[in-house]
Design a protein around this ligand. Sequence first.
Ligand code: HPA
Ligand code: ZN
Length: 326
Amino acid sequence: ENLKRYIELIPKAELHVHIEGTFEPELIFEIAQRNNVPLKYNSVEELRKAYNFNNLQDFLDIYYGAASVLLYEQDFYDLTASYLRKAHADNVVHTEIFFDPQTHTTRGVSFATVINGITRAMGDAKTEWGISTKLIMCFLRHLSEKSAEETLESALLHKEKIIAVGLDSSENGHPPGKFFHVFNRVREEGFFVVAHAGEEGPAEYVWEAIDLLEAERIDHGVSSVDDPDLMEELREREIPLTVCPLSNLKLRVVEDLKNVPVRSFLEKGILVTLNSDDPSYFGGYINDNYLQTAEALQLSRNDIYTLAKNSFLASFITEKERNFFL
Ligand code: HPA
Ligand code: ZN
């Protein structure tokens, strides 16, 4: 109970949250209705019942389905505003939000519609609550490198709104090396690089992400624990991991929260952080991730402090912003 208060009150940065994964069933229905888009489900309850996943792909199918009701700039604004309100309530003072432009542009929604809605909500949240935000664009790895290149081209018109570029969606069969050329361009354009790797995929994919894409932060990365040389490399190069415990549990990456290797990463001296990934689908926002992980792994206050501090150290805030937060 005491630890719960501590978790709630400590300022945190969130570094791994997909805006499309914060889409709550109530808002899905509201927006579907006002846009006249039919849904496969008849009620919020029926939709929630479908949130029973055996693996990453099961989840992605439902996640992309729900995202298809988003059509107008106001929809992206409402989605983002709703997440930021919850993040603020959890005492998240800085958040680096992923968005998947291809999920929308492949349906005929323009890149500008998506990014302008998201960034307008980010601006309003800053004004209203002082919450600091950055935006990370992700390429869908199940699509081609050419599609990623076209997406990068669209992003260049909005360069100042995007801090970093990442890689998400179906991992197995789509190793980071598939996107070698486009990430060379991403780095030339001055974006930071992150990549989902080692979620369902092997430690080898984490090696590819850091060596071929030169990712400066790894999303998930839990399979790194299988490779002692990789663990040493992550520590030595100070490459952070954005671990998402409830996500790993719900997608059956682990069978119990006890098996999320947060302790191994902490003990090794790796910059590990806790995050919510797709909180609307995985049963909890960031404080739920901290609390349930703390309980399962019997983390101390000191461990919680380290995880929260790591979240700022691992973020893309500038030196000046860092002095403000720490
Ligand atoms: N993994 C890969 N792609 C995703 C995820 C994830 O956890 N969430 C949203 N897109
Ligand atoms: Zn993710």
